[in-house]
Design a binder for this molecule. Structure first.
Ligand SMILES: Cc1ncc(COP(=O)(O)O)c(C=O)c1O
Length: 382
């Protein structure tokens, strides 16, 4: 019997892509053919890279390269299994011990990425009897972590401690299912917000949480290596050690490699090992990754001048951009948004800056490019 030929069942993808292109929302991938760094070769051109999260230049730091090479020689290229079967190497545990000391917590568990740390921890510790209270601008991985949890959630307006208190007061007054008190109320916030670069008002968040018996979880992806002593993060920056139950971090940004972690109590680590699905069902980091991350933490401790330089560059770059007439929003950190209006203008601005590809005397040359492209598109009067 002849089978009927069907049209391509994925044809809708072409239509949706065409629509994205029409709205100027389609993002092609730019391809780097050099190491990551302040100057990189992208799409065949040498340009200044202002877009990476390689805050301290550790992606190509000689000590990390060497640690990775040594680990490959000693342990091979891959870990060969998930952590709970045969994929826990001494290097993974060494890294976790070093991170726990660094963060000042009882224990740490590493994950394959910051994304999987969030999607692992949130559904592990929350369920139907709990409530998650989340900042309106939290990262996508927190949102996905909440989606994977059976816990109901409420969103408070971005960084608004007053509104957070109201949500917490209401949750305590009403309770959860059948009016029973929630087992856990978890307040979740980014430490540094990845789009706008502002710092969460953590002291107020912690006070509000303590008043209503809630626990706080901070995602310090953009604060590690940037805020606090030797880059210990936002909890250290605000002197809140012992008052934030869960700190999530990434090893993929200032640390310069790949991975994520959850820092907190020993019981939290033990439970994540039993239940966190990305930990249980996905292979652990290769030895070179774990070894390079371990070396990065030592660099944080032994080369604090890298963090000082990051902040000096940040201050200078922001003040010069403002002097040129750019609006850099509410950022308080090295993340420097440049507000240029709608997404089509932003795309055009970014493309033209790329065309003006700057490669030497980094910040000065990039500021010159910002200046000329800003004038050309009528965004600044400078
Ligand atoms: C706030 C925040 N959390 C988590 C992540 C995910 O980290 P990773 O890149 O290690 O998966 C990111 C990365 O974009 C982030 O900005």
């Amino acid at each position: 019997m002849a089978t009927t030929r069907h049209e391509n069942p994925l044809a809708f993808l072409d239509e949706e892509l065409a629509e994205l292109r029409r709205q100027n929302l389609y993002r092609p991938l730019r391809v780097m053919s050099s190491a990551q760094g302040p100057v990189a070769t992208v799409d065949g051109r040498e340009v200044i890279s202002l877009s990476s999260n390689d805050y301290l230049g550790l992606t190509h730091h000689p000590r990390l390269r060497q640690a990775a090479l040594d680990a490959v020689r000693q342990f091979g290229a891959g870990s060969g299994a998930v952590r709970t079967i045969a994929g826990t190497m001494s290097l993974h545990e060494e890294l976790e011990d070093e991170l726990a000391r660094f963060k000042g917590t009882e224990a740490v568990l590493t994950f394959q990425s910051g994304f999987t740390a969030n999607t692992g921890v949130i559904p592990t510790i929350t369920g139907e009897a709990d409530l998650i209270v989340s900042d309106g601008l939290n990262h996508a991985s927190i949102i996905d972590g909440m989606r994977l949890s059976k816990a109901p959630r409420v969103i408070y307006p971005h960084a608004d401690v007053g509104a957070l208190r109201e949500k917490l007061a209401e949750a305590r007054a009403k309770g959860g299912a059948e009016g029973k008190p929630h087992r856990l109320i978890l307040v979740v916030t980014d430490g540094v917000f990845s789009m706008d670069g502002d710092i969460a008002p953590l002291p107020g968040i912690v006070e509000a949480a303590e008043e209503f018996g809630a626990a706080v979880m901070v995602d310090d992806a953009h604060a590690s290596g940037v805020l606090g002593k030797n880059g210990r993060g936002s909890v250290d920056h605000f002197g809140l050690h012992g008052r934030v139950a869960i700190q999530v971090g990434t090893l993929s940004k200032a640390v310069g490699v790949l991975g994520g972690y959850v820092a907190g109590s020993q019981a939290l680590r033990d439970m994540l090992i039993q239940r966190a699905r990305p930990f249980l069902f996905s292979t652990s980091a290769p030895p070179a990754v774990a070894a390079a991350c371990l070396e990065a933490i030592r660099v944080f401790l032994e080369e604090p001048e890298l963090i000082d330089r990051l902040w000096a560059n940040t201050r200078r770059f922001k003040s010069e951009l403002r002097r040129l007439g750019f609006d850099t929003g509410v950022s308080e950190t090295p993340i420097t948004p440049v507000m240029v209006g709608d997404s089509a203008t932003a795309q055009r601005f970014s493309n033209r800056l790329f065309d003006a590809g700057v490669f030497a005397q980094m910040l000065d040359r990039s500021l010159t490019a910002f200046d000329s492209v800003g004038r050309e598109l009528g965004l600044t009067t400078g």
